[in-house]
Design a protein. Structure first.
Length: 275
């Protein structure tokens, strides 16, 4: 890994100056996108990232603030492959999407809902976002020696999760965090957690913990990072109290009060974090 870029840094309470969560990790010969809450179809080109450079899109769960960018990205790639690529004589862009169980079914529902008739325009073998429903801790080969896996979080084990089973086609919903290894570096991304403790078993050897502050205080997260010896902490998916300079100062103060003395970075949209 040579760096990470924050495309969207806020939680579901979206202000006027930030997008929802989406991150881009450089793995050397391409990039990997983590979550799709931000409008990826616009922000990726704005950041100078070619769609053809994306090696994979990893989705932690299906809340809109992590997935709402998918329909427009799907249409954008569909139009590229149907119109632009043939004119340019370039191959179609195919971005593997990895997510929790039922992700393939959900994406196909979105395709149908948004009237994207791939069978009439494109062959199914060049569907631009082929989906793999991931099991916990199953390895994803990202190429070039890079890999990732998804671990279970307790995001869905709260009191009303049982009511969501009917909304999730009769099965319990699943939320994941991500551990990624590339170029001698290890990154752990919390996704949405039920507790900062969710990531603890996966922090051994991690260089960077990317953790959400939509449901926790910075001190709670920093305590886990301190105990695990993680030298850098990037705080994302921010609740309103951590926005702006005052919010960033608050996060740093809480982390220091928890005894964490590593580097603390509070995300803004467009922020680039080197490795």
């Amino acid at each position: 890994m040579s760096g990470l870029r924050v495309l969207g840094s806020t939680s579901g309470l979206v202000p006027g100056d930030r997008f929802c969560t989406s991150l881009v990790v450089n793995i050397g010969d391409g990039v990997v996108v983590l979550d799709a809450g931000a409008p990826l179809a616009t922000l990726l080109p704005q950041a100078g990232i070619e769609f053809s450079a994306i090696r994979a899109l990893l989705l932690t769960h299906w809340h809109a603030d992590h997935s709402a960018g998918l329909p427009l990205l799907l249409q954008r790639l569909w139009l590229h492959n149907a119109i632009t690529a043939p004119k340019q004589g370039t191959p179609p862009v195919i971005i593997p999407l990895y997510g929790p169980p039922l992700s393939a079914y959900r994406l196909d529902l979105l395709r149908s809902f948004y009237l994207l008739p791939f069978d009439e325009v494109l062959r199914r073998d060049i569907f631009p976002l082929p989906v793999t429903d991931m099991a916990p801790d199953e390895l994803i080969d990202l190429g070039g020696g890079a890999s990732a896996s998804m671990y279970l979080t307790t995001h869905w084990t709260h009191a009303h999760a049982q009511r969501l089973i009917n909304e999730n086609f009769g099965v319990p919903p699943v939320g994941y965090g991500i551990r990624m290894v590339a170029g001698g570096h290890t990154l752990v991304y919390s996704g949405d957690a039920g507790s900062p403790e969710d990531c603890r078993p996966y922090l051994a050897g991690a260089d960077l913990l990317v953790h959400e502050l939509g449901h926790f205080h910075a001190g709670e997260v920093a305590l886990v990072a301190k105990d695990a010896g993680v030298p850098r902490l990037l705080l994302v998916h921010l609740s309103e109290e951590y926005h702006g300079d005052i919010g960033a100062d608050r996060a740093l103060s809480e982390a220091r009060s928890a005894g964490y003395h590593g580097e603390v970075i509070v995300a803004n949209d467009g922020l680039e974090v080197p490795f």
